[in-house]
Design a protein around this ligand. Sequence first.
Ligand code: CP3
Length: 340
Amino acid sequence: MNNRFLDACRGLPVDRTPVWLMRQAGRYLPQYMKVREKCTFLQLCKTPDLAAEVSIQPVDILGVDAAILFSDILTPVEPMGLKLDFVPGPVFENPVRSMADVAALRIPEMEEDVPYVLETIRILRRELEGRVPLIGFGGAPFTLACYMVEGKGSKDFATIKQMMYGAPEVYAALMDKITVMLIAYLKTQIAAGAQAIQVFDTWGGVPSPSDYEKYVLPYTSRLIAGLGTEVPVIHFVKGAGTMLESVRKAGGDVMGLDWHVNLGMARDQLGSGMAVQGNLDPTVLYGPKPLIEAEVKRILDENGDRPGHIFNLGHGILPTVPPENAIHMVECVHRLSMRS
Ligand code: CP3
């Protein structure tokens, strides 16, 4: 078993820096598109054999050190009672706007409502045994709330902020319910075999640092504390760079960094108690190859010889990236980080 990824999550020394890519299973891979032609994205998430197949593709094709469950952060929100579609971005037909809407949300019974997620994890553990560890994941409460309230992606997040400031009791009730759901959901993923959990807070950097502490952090902290210490937890907040100390308070073993921070400076600030993951600008993968190599080297050098670094992009891989450039990136990380 290649344990580099799990060892680095725990801050242990490794033979080479482990690497995986956020959104590594997806549309930039022709092999994914071939499977995806047969069904919609949601059908793919709900068909364990196919979901497992596309999760393993990047392990075979890129040589990454971890697999991530193929699903979406919004998968467990659908059985809460919101009608979900992808066009290709997510859309909820009946977004949450009032206390009555929050009250109507149900907490799913995981084995009954999202059996496909758990079955995908079980298949993956069987098929990956002896190769690489499996990462399970979920959205952070705030990022899920953004989609549930806005009803789709947003540029200014005006609707959720109106709720946050104008109806704080509705906001708190919603965040509370999402947090309870997520603890159950992610604990069930761990019980099914997920060997690490990543919490994606894609929109956590949208509020100001003081609003982050007030409206976001309390719920993420509760979520991460609720997961226990059985498996490492990676906490990725896009835009965390100006509030690393606040984000650290949420807990977890690894802090995901986007490309707006210098990884070495973030490590100096966080100290040795927290591993980090990141942080190549995803657009660097448009190449050329010597530039990709130079950027990989720069980030490895910023980390220096500190244990507890997992190489990754600073956000998800883009659908138009040439797969050979992603393969090159992984190869560069392994070659340039080889310890004697
Ligand atoms: O990392 C992986 O390979 C595992 C699978 C994964 C998906 N979504 C599959 C997906 C993961 C970890 C996610 C997380 C996710 N989903 C996040 C957090 C990470 C991030 O990128 O910020 C968010 C915000 C979502 C919500 C979401 N799902 C959006 C905004 C979109 C549309 C934009 C896009 O990339 O198309 C999706 C759709 C989605 N999720 C696709 C995939 C492979 C594309 C669907 C398709 O095949 O058409």
